[in-house]
Design a protein around this ligand. Structure first.
Ligand SMILES: Nc1ncnc2c1ncn2[C@@H]1O[C@H](COP(=O)(O)OP(=O)(O)OP(=O)(O)O)[C@@H](O)[C@H]1O
Ligand SMILES: NC(=O)c1ccc[n+]([C@@H]2O[C@H](COP(=O)(O)O)[C@@H](O)[C@H]2O)c1
Ligand SMILES: [Zn+2]
Length: 270
């Protein structure tokens, strides 16, 4: 039976989503098609996790608005959801810890299903005896989903811990969508760490290149230009109702060092 050897996958995308764009949603669809086309995976869920305000990225507006816009954007999706655990944390949280959190949540959800179905649980226990973590077929695998710019940021000094990258790639896996101007294959080739884990990095070529970026959207909004069809209509309406992006909001955190750089260099903002 074909489906039996397929791994269930949950895709987790971390980022600013400031604001969420149609391209963020396309990322999930592209990743699911790519993974399922291999015949090895069945993608059961996508999670969008907006970063907390503590990330201190320039122009980052309050998490409550970013979460609400992501919620509106995914209302019609049968499988993409938004999760606010990360942005409710008092400080910025390393992506590896966000991944671990969601992996544990998935495990707990599986356990609950087993608890209500004891026959299934007994079968599963028999199956799992003697298998390693990676061989478990019934438990969903959690993979990080990102654009090529995030993969390329792995080599920026003091931004990511090498141990974190090794665990993200080695234990969980990464799906990377190409962006024009980026060459993830070259990057993987140039980095010994990425090369070591290359089999766990799924590069998804975006043939219909789409350079929508949240930066461009915020710029258009500051200039009073239309952003319709770059974002879902409900998100455009929400931005207008709450007058979210202007030249003042773009100056937020302008003099502040990004949280990971602060943490790993010991630098603090003035
Ligand atoms: N056009 C795109 N193609 C591929 N990946 C994308 C694209 N836009 C965003 N992403 C990915 O979406 C995730 C969240 O990105 P982010 O919130 O920074 O959006 P962004 O559009 O890059 O915003 P900004 O311009 O503010 O950096 C990241 O993994 C990023 O690489
Ligand atoms: N060391 C780390 O774990 C680390 C470093 C830099 C960015 N990140 C994450 O990557 C994402 C990047 O988002 P942006 O592309 O919007 O900056 C955010 O979710 C951020 O938390 C993680
Ligand atoms: Zn970005």
């Amino acid at each position: 039976m074909e489906g039996q050897n397929m791994s269930k996958v949950v895709l987790l995308a971390c980022g600013s989503f400031n604001p969420i764009t149609n391209m963020h949603l396309r990322m999930f669809e592209l990743a699911r098609d790519h993974l399922e086309d291999t015949g090895r995976y069945s993608v059961i869920k996508g999670i969008i996790s907006p970063v907390s305000d503590g990330y201190k990225k320039k122009g980052l507006i309050e998490a409550c608005h970013r979460v609400e816009m992501a919620r509106l954007a995914t209302e019609n999706s049968q499988w993409i959801t938004v999760d606010s655990w990360e942005c409710l944390q008092p400080e910025w949280v390393e992506t590896l810890k966000v991944i671990r959190h969601h992996y544990e949540e998935q495990m707990a959800a599986e356990q609950n299903e087993d608890d209500v179905d004891t026959v299934r649980y007994a079968k599963k226990r028999r199956y799992l005896e003697g298998t390693t973590h990676l061989k478990i077929r019934e438990c969903p695998q959690l993979m990080m989903l990102c654009g090529a710019d995030v993969l390329e940021s792995f080599v920026i000094p003091n931004l990511w811990k090498q141990d974190d990258i090794a665990e993200i790639l080695g234990r969980y896996g990464l799906v990377c969508i190409t962006r024009s101007g980026s060459d993830p294959y070259k990057f993987i080739h140039q980095s010994d760490l990425l090369w070591k884990y290359r089999k766990n990095i799924h590069v998804v070529p975006e043939w219909v290149t789409n350079e929508i970026s949240a930066t461009h959207v915020r710029q258009a909004l500051r200039r009073g230009q239309s952003v319709r069809y770059l974002l879902p209509d409900d998100v455009v309406q929400y931005i207008q109702e709450h007058q979210l992006y202007n030249s003042d909001t773009e100056q937020k955190n302008a003099d502040v060092i990004l949280a990971p750089l602060q943490r790993y260099t010991g630098a603090s903002s003035s």
